[in-house]
Design a protein around this ligand. Structure first.
Ligand SMILES: [Zn+2]
Length: 226
């Protein structure tokens, strides 16, 4: 049967056909071995942004990354009340069932969700669902806005960094996360991706500061647009 795809769907179908012809062929045995279950060592919390794809950035194979993506890569604090806690359900599954060895929260440059958080602080309107969601970054944002040493031009990136730390802090409020961490069975890490430079920055867990990850090839390290 031939299906008539509209233009945008046609792009996806063309991509799927490339996948079947190339990457699927290379990984066919791996997909077959994975058919009955997954055993990823890493959970990633990333932004839904189309430009910061964890599987691409970490060059990960199928089965390696258990990934949750949402607006601004945020994790809510532990909350036992009712509600549709999609991120919390994924964290619970990753830690208690899959027993992942690390959780990485990855923010990125030019994040629209973090921009919305800053807009909300300036009483500019943001979306009905976006407004309460990005309030999860409010503590990180307010800490930046209170810090007179940070110039306005750096607010956005500073809040992007701070929000990663906030999400890690919120992850630690889940009892099963904290206990796995304290038993030494779960590591917590933060990262931030520069879209313009294609550079990964890694968070120092003690200071909360981010520094660029060297590629071990100076030529590649210089190979960006900025
Ligand atoms: Zn984003």
């Amino acid at each position: 049967m031939t299906i008539d795809f509209a233009d945008d769907a046609q792009d996806l179908i063309a991509g799927y056909r490339r996948f079947r012809a190339n990457r699927y062929r290379e990984a066919r045995d791996l997909f077959y071995r994975l058919r009955d279950g997954q055993e990823p060592a890493t959970m990633i919390v990333a932004c839904a942004d189309s430009r910061a794809d964890p599987a691409m950035i970490f060059d990960a194979a199928p089965g390696e990354l258990f990934t949750v993506r949402n607006v601004a890569a945020l994790v809510p604090p532990y909350d036992e009340s009712g509600g549709l806690h999609g991120v919390s359900a994924a964290v619970e599954f990753a830690v208690t069932r899959l027993k992942v060895k690390q959780i990485v929260v990855m923010g990125h440059g030019g994040c629209g969700g973090i921009a919305a958080s800053l807009a909300a602080a300036a009483d500019r309107p943001v979306g009905h669902f976006i407004a309460p969601w990005v309030e999860l970054a409010a503590d990180a944002r307010d800490a930046v806005l209170r810090n007179e040493a940070i110039p306005r031009a750096d607010w956005q990136e500073a809040v992007e960094h701070g929000a990663v730390g906030q999400s890690i802090k919120n992850l630690m409020s889940f009892p099963f996360v904290r206990s796995a961490f304290e038993r030494g069975e779960l590591a917590m890490n933060g990262a931030w991706f520069s879209i313009g430079k294609g550079e990964l920055h890694w968070r120092d867990e003690d200071t909360g500061a981010f520094s660029v990850v060297a590629t071990e090839d100076p030529e590649i390290d210089q190979d960006n647009k900025i």
